[in-house]
Design a binder for this molecule. Structure first.
Ligand SMILES: Nc1ncnc2c1ncn2[C@@H]1O[C@H](COP(=O)(O)OP(=O)(O)OP(=O)(O)O)[C@@H](O)[C@H]1O
Ligand SMILES: [Mg+2]
Length: 416
């Protein structure tokens, strides 16, 4: 048996393992470009008004009173998550100065989408076992018991709790909103107060809420507009120190900002492009990040994002998307009816020996794709008594969608 005191070769040599790189000539601090990185307040661009409104809603917490609940809407990359987290952290500091304890729980409802998993997660993140003398177990409790623990946690560990429900539209069950908002009134909790911030990129989310919750959950609402290219440029400038001096060529940031502003001003995309460009430059051993790297990075960023949305979809959904992509490439128009897509789909399905679904089922699938933000669907009335026709258009360029789709071997035979 080997023992620890047998010296190994590597211990004897001062030399570093050549599998790894020990200097990074491109990045000085790549973490500044991580999406989850929370920039310092002075690096936040163009959101003074929105930060003020979030602060107004949370303000009562400074006195230990109940904050207003808040819904934050806006397209992807408009700073919803960032602003909600940062203002909540500022509140925490200010409340602390006033002798009031504020704790917050950040829940990604894309991951925790059932009532039980949300309550459990909130209780786990706020619980201090030394004070409550219990833990919140991963499994084994009924939903009602998780609530019981949560109420105890709240009264024992904090004065005010802010519960941030990110991607709230992914919740399977919105009952948790009602219970949290009624906890105090229903005497579930005694001294603690709760404020909920719900975040979504679906502005019509309230329409999809259950009637019971919609009517009982009163809240302020806030919409975040997309950034313009100048603001995106400034956001990137404020993270220039992610790179070593002189690495970014003059055009790099303005170009990344302009490309990210093309669809709608999306800061997530701008930052992803800049980080990917740095990685590309590093991989090809260049000392600077050029315009060319930025363009390649834009393509990679779009492919990655789409792959995340599409890769896990069933084959039938991919074939349907393929049909829409082909229609888009081969025609002048950009919008197609469900019927047109269905015809193209049956031809594609036949070409790869796949049994075609019914037209009705494909219409349902098109709605699901819409949900995934890959296509945009609108409904148009055909006139009185004629029902509605769905029209659909791709949100990304067909080349990129095709590139991602054809990574699936089962679709590969389609490209001659
Ligand atoms: N105003 C801003 N100033 C500086 N950085 C910003 C700003 N807005 C967004 N960012 C950065 O852009 C990235 C995306 O922002 P954020 O995650 O807040 O977007 P989001 O609106 O929550 O998007 P999604 O709907 O896709 O979750 C983050 O890295 C964030 O730090
Ligand atoms: Mg977000």
């Amino acid at each position: 048996m080997p023992t620890n005191d047998v010296p190994r070769d590597s211990d004897l040599s001062e030399e570093r393992n050549t599998l790894f790189d020990y200097t990074d000539t491109i990045f000085a601090d790549e973490d500044l470009l991580e999406i989850g990185h929370l920039p310092a307040p002075e690096r936040i661009v163009g959101r003074d008004e929105h930060m003020q409104k979030v602060a107004d809603a949370l303000n009562p917490a400074i006195f230990g009173s109940a904050p207003s609940h808040l819904f934050v809407f806006g397209k992807t990359g408009t700073g919803k998550t960032l602003i909600s987290r940062s203002v909540t952290e500022m509140l925490q500091t200010e409340a602390d100065r006033e002798g009031v304890t504020v704790q917050y729980a950040f829940i990604d409802c894309g991951e925790k989408n059932t009532e039980a998993s949300v309550v459990k997660r909130v209780a786990q993140s706020l619980n201090d076992p030394e004070r409550t003398e219990f833990t919140v177990p991963e499994r084994g409790l009924a939903t009602g018991d998780y609530y019981e623990r949560l109420w105890t946690v709240l009264d024992t560990c904090t004065d005010v709790a802010i519960v941030i429900l990110d991607e709230i539209d992914m919740l399977e069950d919105d009952e948790v909103l009602r219970k949290l908002s009624r906890a105090s009134e229903n005497r579930r909790i005694d001294s603690a107060r709760i404020g909920v911030i719900g975040i979504s990129n679906k502005i019509d989310y309230p329409d999809q809420m259950s009637e019971r919750v919609k009517s009982s959950f009163s809240r302020d609402e806030l919409v975040f507009p997309p950034y313009d290219a100048n603001q995106l440029g400034e956001i990137l400038e404020n993270r220039r120190d992610a790179f070593h001096d002189g690495v970014l060529t003059d055009d790099a940031i303005p170009l990344a900002a302009a490309l990210a502003a093309q669809e709608h001003g999306d800061a997530r995309k701008a930052i992803d492009i800049l980080r990917n460009a740095g990685r590309i430059a590093k991989r090809v051993d260049e000392e600077t990040v050029t315009e060319d790297h930025i363009r390649q990075a834009k393509e990679k960023t779009e492919v990655d994002r789409l792959a995340e949305l599409i890769d896990g979809s069933p084959l039938q959904a991919k074939v349907l998307l393929y049909a829409l992509t082909k229609l888009t490439t081969n025609n002048d128009g950009v919008e197609f009816t469900s019927r047109e897509i269905y015809h193209a789909y049956t031809r594609t399905a036949a070409a790869i020996d796949l049994d075609a679904l019914s037209e009705r089922r494909t219409r349902e699938l098109l709605q699901e794709q819409d949900f995934l933000n890959v296509i945009d669907s609108t409904k148009e009335s055909r006139g009185r008594g004629e029902g509605v026709t769905g029209k659909h258009r791709l949100l990304e360029s067909p080349d990129i969608v095709l590139e991602v789709l054809l990574r699936d071997d089962r679709l590969e035979p389609l490209e001659e």
